[in-house]
Design a protein around this ligand. Structure first.
Ligand SMILES: [Ca+2]
Ligand SMILES: [Ca+2]
Length: 209
């Protein structure tokens, strides 16, 4: 699919050697990255870093936090390849505010991926994709692990995917948030990526050459 040249147009293009018409469903589109988080802000390479292992209780910029913080790379402890900081929680969690993630829910498919490792094993965690307002919260998708023992941030990732359908009409336009929680020992996260593939508009005609 990637090798072909797709054009979306309402007019006839006679020079195209192949014409394919997709009615309303199953039309391929390109997902695009709409948000990422690497926990590099604020930079805690310098004080107020709290201990020699690189851990601080600093709140990542734009997140609401309970029992967590940012940690900085230290040999033998944290060695993230995604910048030099990670976000962690220990019996708490974090959730984006609009200062970190300001996208609103649209018709289409959202895919959230992230890397995760542990400081204290075994760790559990849950990651949620949500639609929120000042007075409501709806979980759109969730993914979790228990008994996680991986200490190498680069070697383990997880993901969730969510696609709107008719039942989500009331949530369209609400703010999207990303949340991670844990109930016990300490997972640490990095390299959150949120991709979005818009639903094709009804009646779209695709010409392929
Ligand atoms: Ca990072
Ligand atoms: Ca740093």
């Amino acid at each position: 699919m990637n090798a072909r040249n797709y054009k979306v147009t309402g007019s006839t293009v006679l020079t195209f050697s192949t014409l394919v018409f997709f009615a309303c469903f199953g039309i391929p589109a390109n997902a695009a990255n709409i948000w990422s988080e690497s926990f590099e802000s604020p930079d805690i390479s310098e004080p107020p870093i709290s201990d020699a292992d690189g851990y601080s209780s600093s709140e990542p910029t734009g997140w609401d936090m309970s029992n967590g913080g940012i940690s900085d790379n230290r040999p033998g402890d944290i060695n993230t390849p995604f910048g030099d900081q990670v976000g962690w929680t220990n019996g708490g969690g974090m959730e984006t505010t609009t200062n970190a993630l300001s996208e609103v829910l649209q018709e289409g498919t959202y895919t959230l991926t992230f890397n995760v490792s542990v400081r204290s094993a075994p760790a559990d965690y849950t990651v949620n994709l949500k639609a929120v307002t000042a007075s409501s919260t709806n979980v759109l998708g969730t993914v979790s692990d228990s008994g996680l023992t991986n200490t190498d941030m680069s070697s383990y990732s997880n993901s969730l995917s969510f696609t709107t359908d008719g039942s989500h009409a009331a949530l369209l336009g609400q703010t999207i948030s990303v949340q991670f929680t844990c109930t016990d020992f300490q997972p640490q996260f990095d390299n959150f990526q949120l991709d979005f593939e818009p639903a094709p508009p009804s009646g779209t005609v695709f010409y392929i050459r």
